[in-house]
Design a protein around this ligand. Structure first.
Ligand code: NAD
Length: 492
């Protein structure tokens, strides 16, 4: 089995298989196609892994289809135990997985161990608990009786982005498998190493061959083949709106597979003058600098009440400049690199757009020294509502700030976007909190905190942020389809 050795903290060596994980085996891609990976903190070559071609996706689908025949009748307790075992193994190897996320995706090791891994574990354990509770309902009908069953779709696919790859993979894997489906995961081509390690754990946990296949490949090749494949019955996608639309169109053109889409956002944070100022500053700063703003729920638009605007802007800017950039493996680093040179340049291209729109550059807007793809935390104040930096998802550490006078104005500005994923409200007024959270068009609104996600709460968007939910009982419903069975009962 081909593998690559990578060096983590304290010269610790991690060995990761490089092949495609199909039928519980690591296999080369057709024609030995490979993909070179880069460490974004150094811009140096990191590893070479197999790169799935269309034929490999077909092979993975065939394997999933075969596995579904017996997996669909596996005891619910078997699914529960296997998910739970996977959680235990991930917990055991958490340090290695976090190291891989750091080396490959530039995620801070500390963030991965403190946020991504616990989130993944929480989801695996939460949905393992649901595996034997996928129940239907008994219903009275005039002809006799009826009951519903929630059945798995069969062969499903998950297409995962690069920003928090492990966590987002598990958001999809855990409910999909708990519900009795088989799953093909296409890992992001920029950072698939976490998936190669996860595949080893899937095999060690004892999942039957083909229940979970994990393949790395390019979006337009491997992702596209999954989207058009006639045997795949459901696809769950997280990523850019452009690709989400393409997947939906492909489904419409082919077998009408069920599609769920999580397409990011342009999250508003509303700071009222009655808020705990320190708390609001803390969360709004974290909200756009954590993971370099490469988070779909990033609080990238900050609206502050005019009475505290100047003070807020000054303090926000001071704090945002305190970041220490460098090796994401080190505990002293608070800011890692952007995932790629392309993404870095894309983020920086918005700096000129901000200036041209007449907004005021508070700080940042430039590359940071070093070979890796580092950029400074960046913020503009006095940003016009129609500026591109106020409307488009930048997916970088880039805040757009402006003021409001009234509650109505704050709500109107928050909703003036094509997105609707997540929003945050900072206030100590209970009535206001109720009113504003109800008025905001988003799948999630947090009060006096930013961006928190929990395994038992549904997560997803409205408007052009997409549809469908990860996490919560609602996610289980997304991976099952109701069937009603009706019995005619002859009376008398
Ligand atoms: P992307 O949408 O291109 O990629 C996400 C996933 O989709 C990857 O696994 C990719 O291989 C796959 N993919 C790409 N083309 C495909 C196709 N034709 N068919 C099927 N799958 C395909 O995102 P990106 O290029 O990595 O990032 C671009 C922008 O997307 C970012 O700047 C950001 O705004 C947004 N984004 C959002 C999220 C989010 O969480 N909502 C995550 C990542 C990126």
């Amino acid at each position: 089995m081909a593998e690559v050795s990578l060096e983590g903290l304290n010269n610790h060596i991690i060995r990761v298989p490089t092949g495609l994980f199909i039928d519980n085996e690591f296999v080369p891609a057709t024609g030995n196609a490979t993909l070179d990976l880069e460490n974004p903190a150094t811009a140096q070559h990191l590893a070479t892994v197999s790169c799935a071609q269309e034929q490999d996706i077909d092979r993975a689908v065939q394997s999933s289809q075969k596995a579904f025949v017996s997996w669909k009748s596996a005891l619910p307790s078997t699914r529960r135990q296997l998910l739970s075992k996977l959680a235990d193994l991930l917990e055991r190897d958490a340090s290695d997985v976090s190291t891989l996320e750091s080396l490959d995706a530039g995620i801070l090791y500390n963030d991965s161990t403190r946020l991504n891994i616990p989130q993944a574990l929480e989801n695996l354990r939460y949905f393992s608990g649901w595996a034997d509770k996928v129940d239907g309902m008994a219903l009275a009908i005039p002809e006799g009786m009826a009951y519903t069953r929630r059945e798995p779709y069969g062969v499903c696919a998950a297409i995962v982005p690069w920003n928090s790859p492990l966590m987002i993979t598990i958001w999809k894997l855990a409910p999909c498998i708990a519900a009795g489906n088989t799953l093909i995961i296409k890992t992001p081509e920029l950072c698939p190493l976490y998936g190669q390690k996860l595949a080893e754990l899937v095999r060690e946990a004892g999942f039957p061959p083909g229940v979970i296949n994990i393949v790395c490949g390019l979006g337009p090749v491997a992702g596209q083949r999954l989207a058009e494949h006639p045997v795949v019955r459901k696809i769950s996608f997280t990523g850019s709106p452009a690709v989400g639309r393409q997947i939906l169109a492909t489904s419409a053109r082919t077998n009408l597979k069920k599609v769920t889409l999580e397409l990011g956002g342009k999250g508003p944070s509303l700071v009222f003058d009655d808020a705990d100022f320190e708390n609001a500053l803390f969360w709004t700063t974290i909200g756009i600098t954590a993971n370099n703003g490469q988070i779909c729920v990033a609080g990238s638009r900050i609206y502050v009440q005019d009475t505290i605007y100047d003070k807020f802007v000054q303090e926000f800017s001071r704090r945002s400049r305190e970041a220490v950039h460098g090796d994401p493996l080190l505990a002293t680093t608070t800011k890692g690199p952007i995932i790629s040179a392309r993404q870095r340049d894309n983020v920086l291209s918005f700096v000129d757009q901000g200036r041209q729109a007449g907004a005021k550059l508070l700080h940042g807007g430039e590359k940071l020294p070093g070979a890796g793809h580092f950029i400074a935390n960046t913020a503009f104040s006095d940003v016009p509502q129609d500026a591109s930096i106020m409307q488009q998802e930048i997916f970088g550490p880039f805040a757009s700030i402006s003021s409001f006078k009234t509650e109505e104005e704050a709500i109107a500005k928050a909703n003036d976007t094509s997105y609707g994923l997540s929003a945050a409200v900072f206030t100590s007024n209970l009535d206001r909190a109720f009113k504003v959270t109800e008025a905001i068009e988003a799948g999630q609104v947090t009060v006096n905190i930013w961006g928190t996600v929990n395994a038992n709460t549904p997560f997803g968007g409205v408007k052009e942020s997409g549809f469908g939910r990860d996490m919560g009982k609602e996610a289980l419903d997304e991976w099952t389809v109701p069937k009603v069975v009706k019995w005619y009962i002859q009376k008398g």
